[in-house]
Design a protein around this ligand. Structure first.
Ligand code: HXC
Length: 524
């Protein structure tokens, strides 16, 4: 080999070695001590999370060598990878874009260049039409960078909002997340939390103590239980990082790549014509006896798999995804076992949000109705049940995806409309023979309509009972509504699965235009 060629080779090797050296320093994040602290807290590192989330070997990293801005307070501070790992990979063979915040580097705090890395993959995802996944483990805006850090979050929030409904955005919360690190997830479609090792708050316990003198633990302030049971901020909780990342993979299987596509079909061996005979033992004609709506759903859908969203918050309504004949559907169902399935503020918010999510992503909606009405009471009225309940009405009317409603038992009053009656835009309404559609239940109705007769009777209790029976015989069935065309068919309970699959197939090519508008003005 000529000398100059040998020299070039040496030079090349040195360049490659220098690159590798830089890269391994970056890949080591905040160093072994901080990484150990992360593991001691039961958490994976930012890169380990990406390995678990994505299909093996699919990750393409960008912005690896980005460094912080070098503002005055950052002089001499090292921030390998700028505290975030960004890029693209696949999940079940489908392309996604992802960022993974590195808590070992300045607490995963977000500075201007860190934001630039996140923005880069968000923009690419939007152009290509792929989901954006954020693995959040960050103390929020980087204090040392001041307004630049705030601006960085501004750029991300802006994109969270403008890409909302265009590509799915999923957030996992995997560490103590504060400030912008919770507001950005709050603008995305779904938030998944890891129990016992992840927290969400706008300010942490220390700041709260100094401002309000309240003493509160991380868990009690913003742990997974708080946000999946009390506040409704998060959608799902899992035990630890690995399960949460697995949860992201599972959830993604129900979503399309973008708003122009349909979710992927999942082939099944479960026959479309399978009879639901077990339901005859679940549901009783006694309107006051609660039954397990979960069992109804699991009986009807493919392979009995119901992927419930927000299962522990506003449990009086059930929302979740399933497959029917291989196609993804979103299910909204009253839960007669909790608060008799009545609609309150939280249930309205939960359902309205879920309906809009389905509509964004071309997911047909199945509504299962067993509801006595909106929850009466001063507390609900004063907290704005009118405003919140209106969201459900709005969301159903707004949704243009195929919509089927099945009334399993009672469907009374305003809740009849809020649970997507035909007038509210349902494409097809079915009822079981156990259904009853009325303005209110027989007891309440008889007491109001026949008040004078009851009061003037020699035997008021007997008259009351007679009037209740009379009302029940007239209205406590699906046939008055069916005779007026409000119900398209009363179907045998055991044929439910077959009817739903056939009806969704019938509606598959549905198109619905809306009058021109910039956007609607849903009551918030
Ligand atoms: C820069 C930060 C930081 C921050 C923490 N660190 N927060 N660096 N900017 N915001 C650094 C720490 O100095 C430490 O560095 C490392 O990250 C780990 O922090 P610890 O406090 O040791 O961790 P922990 O005890 O687990 O507590 C985590 C925490 C707490 C609860 C998140 O750090 C905290 O309260 N930080 C401040 C949160 C905050 O108020 N952020 C600003 C939000 S405002 P070393 O070198 O020791 O490893 C915001 C605006 C957005 O985000 C707009 C919203 C609308």
């Amino acid at each position: 080999m000529p000398d100059h060629q040998a020299n070039l080779n040496v030079e090349l090797q040195e360049l490659i070695a220098a690159m590798e050296q830089r890269r391994s320093k970056i890949e080591a994040g905040g160093g072994p001590a901080r990484q150990q602290k992360q593991r001691d807290a039961g958490r994976l590192t930012a890169r380990e999370r990406l390995e678990r989330l994505l299909d093996p070997g699919s990750f393409l990293e960008f912005g690896t060598f980005v460094e912080h801005d070098g503002t005055r307070l950052m002089t001499g501070v090292e921030a390998p990878g700028e505290g975030v790992v960004t890029g693209s990979g696949t999940i079940h063979g489908r392309q996604v874009y992802v960022f993974s915040q590195d808590f070992t580097v300045l607490g995963g705090s977000l500075g201007k260049r860190n934001a630039q890395k996140v923005v880069k993959i968000m923009d690419l995802a939007a152009k290509v039409g792929c989901p954006i996944i954020g693995l959040n483990d960050s103390a929020g805006a980087r204090i040392q960078e001041g307004v630049d850090a705030l601006s960085g979050y501004g750029e991300i929030f802006y994109r969270n909002a403008i890409y909302s409904g265009s590509v799915p955005q999923l957030s996992a919360i995997l560490g103590p997340c504060a400030g912008g690190a919770v507001y950005s997830p709050a603008l995305t479609d779904f938030i998944l939390m890891s129990r016992g090792s992840s927290y969400m708050f706008i300010t942490g316990p220390e700041v709260i103590k100094s401002v309000t003198r309240e003493e509160v633990s991380f868990d009690a302030l913003g742990g997974a239980d708080v946000h999946t049971r009390k506040s409704g901020v998060a959608h799902l909780e899992f035990e630890g990082d690995e399960a949460t990342l697995e949860g992201l993979r599972a959830l993604l299987a129900y979503l399309p790549q973008n708003a122009r596509e349909r979710p992927p079909v999942r082939p099944t061996q479960d026959p479309p014509g399978r009879q639901n005979t077990e339901l005859l033992e679940v549901v009783t004609p006694d309107q006051r006896r609660p039954y397990a709506m979960h069992r109804v759903i699991e009986s009807v859908v493919d392979d009995g798999v119901f992927f419930e969203i927000q299962p522990d918050w506003a449990r009086n309504i059930l929302c979740g995804f399933a497959h029917l004949g291989g196609q993804v559907v979103g299910i909204v169902a009253n839960n007669p076992r909790v608060m008799a399935g009545t609609l309150n503020i939280d249930a309205s918010d939960k359902a309205a949000r879920f309906i809009r999510t389905c509509d964004c992503y071309n997911i047909p909606i199945l509504t299962l109705v067993d509801v006595t009405g909106f929850l009466p009471g001063v507390a609900q009225e004063h907290a704005g049940i009118i405003r919140h309940g209106a969201k459900m009405l709005y969301a159903y009317a707004e949704a243009t995806v195929p919509k089927i409603t099945l009334i399993t038992r009672k469907s009374y009053g305003g809740a009849y409309l809020a649970m997507n009656s035909q007038d509210m835009g349902a494409d097809v309404v079915y009822a079981w023979p156990t259904a009853a559609v009325a303005v209110m239940g027989a007891e309440g109705a008889a007491n109001i309509v026949y008040r004078r007769e009851i009061a003037g009777s020699d035997q008021p209790e007997q008259t009351r009972a007679e009037k209740i029976r009379e009302y029940r015989e007239t209205f406590d069935n699906p046939y008055v509504a069916a005779s007026k065309g409000y119900i398209d068919d009363v179907i045998p309970i055991e044929e439910t699965r077959a009817r739903l699959i056939a009806t969704f197939a019938m509606l598959e090519r549905k198109q619905e235009q809306r009058p021109y508008k910039k956007h609607g003005n849903i009551p918030l």
